[in-house]
Design a protein around this ligand. Sequence first.
Ligand SMILES: *[C@@H]1O[C@H](CO)[C@@H](O)[C@H](O)[C@H]1NC(C)=O
Ligand SMILES: *[C@@H]1O[C@H](CO)[C@@H](O)[C@H](O)[C@H]1NC(C)=O
Ligand SMILES: *[C@@H]1O[C@H](CO)[C@@H](O)[C@H](O)[C@H]1NC(C)=O
Ligand SMILES: *[C@@H]1O[C@H](CO)[C@@H](O)[C@H](O)[C@H]1NC(C)=O
Ligand SMILES: *[C@@H]1O[C@H](CO)[C@@H](O)[C@H](O)[C@H]1NC(C)=O
Length: 377
Amino acid sequence: MRVLHCLLALAPVISAQFIPGGSWGRPMSNPGPYNNCSGTLTQVPTDAAVDTLPNISPDGQNGWERWDLTIYQSDILLNLRWLQGDPSSYTSVPADGSFEVSARFANGTIFHMRITGEKLTYTNSSPYSISIGQNTLTWDDSQTWYNTTLNLNGLTGSFGTESIMLDKFSPYAGWIIGQLTEGLYNDIPVTRGHTHAGSIRFPSGQEVKLTAQSVLLHMMGEQPVQSLAVNYAIRTFWSIGATFGDTFIYESARAPNSSDYSAFFLGRAEVRGAGFERYPIYVATDSNDLSVKRISHTSTEAQMAGCANTNYVPFTWNYTLPLPVLEQFDSAGGRTTFYAFSRISTAEPFESEYVSYQGGTGIAYIYQTPGATVVDQ
Ligand SMILES: *[C@@H]1O[C@H](CO)[C@@H](O)[C@H](O)[C@H]1NC(C)=O
Ligand SMILES: *[C@@H]1O[C@H](CO)[C@@H](O)[C@H](O)[C@H]1NC(C)=O
Ligand SMILES: *[C@@H]1O[C@H](CO)[C@@H](O)[C@H](O)[C@H]1NC(C)=O
Ligand SMILES: *[C@@H]1O[C@H](CO)[C@@H](O)[C@H](O)[C@H]1NC(C)=O
Ligand SMILES: *[C@@H]1O[C@H](CO)[C@@H](O)[C@H](O)[C@H]1NC(C)=O
């Protein structure tokens, strides 16, 4: 069994110029899994809604920041990207904003549209928003919904993404909130989204009604991404159950000096009445609670320690890397691949009563600099 190595010896030097308010860049005040089996949310940052605002000022001198809303249903994978600056450029200027729609239809057709030269604007009180051109993401302090309106070059859309977990996840390498590797920040403001209540209309006139699963990923750096990581993989898996659904996020990254980092989140949404109730189980960068082993060339088993109230039965997630659905190359030759998982098998203990064997789905982003190998598939 390969136990993940996680070096937490990063120098606690904060160089990034954060806009005040959010939690990124702050030292982790209470190190360790902030929720070790407790099922309560006492330590989730109260400023989580503010965290999704820009951390880099659109008028700043350098750096880049992006928000990717990735939406997947059987007939389409859609990625919407709000971007400040160029993540792979040493001379990135945040005022160079762009908005990008990428889609892959079930028949393999790829759609791509991008507008550039529009500076990001934002609203920093609830309801919060970010916009590039007429493409806006809106949310409020409750963070229940992240709503999108689109209007670019004949493409229009209006839909909502409901956050079922009502929780967000940030890694904390070196005990700095948000750090995936030193200087590379990310969080997942919507770990388990249900995108619905609307549709997207392509310039061809084709309208796609959305009833999809989604993730919102937020990332930024003051230096180009390739100088902060040679690769990273950010995977979000969902199980689909009748009375509860679990979400497992597993992030791993390698810094240019070969240090490896990992972070993970395991949370549960239980069906209560008409809605869901969140029940986080673990958030950690601690390798003791997660073990990952290869089953075959493309299949992996990730197992997490159980909890007292589940008789310490481990949580298990088996996943097989599917074919890539979308690939994007940046200006330095770095490749980001999007994967949509449609078949995952899980074993999830439920209270002390039984172990539920469920199917699942998921979305992953895997980045690698030219010539780098993927840290762990
Ligand atoms: C890589 O850099 C980090 C941060 O400066 C340091 O803590 C770590 O020990 C380095 N790793 C190696 C393998 O040199
Ligand atoms: C989490 O709780 C379990 C059970 O009390 C304990 O064995 C484990 O060491 C804890 N993990 C961490 C990282 O604190
Ligand atoms: C593939 O599907 C898309 C969306 O339904 C459609 O616009 C396109 O014409 C199809 N392409 C082919 C080659 O069938
Ligand atoms: C988002 O859309 C939903 C569904 O239409 C609505 O109930 C909610 O109030 C909206 N929230 C925000 C912040 O726009
Ligand atoms: C995961 O795969 C391993 C190895 O094939 C198998 O023993 C285990 O039962 C599987 N677990 C689940 C939850 O599918």
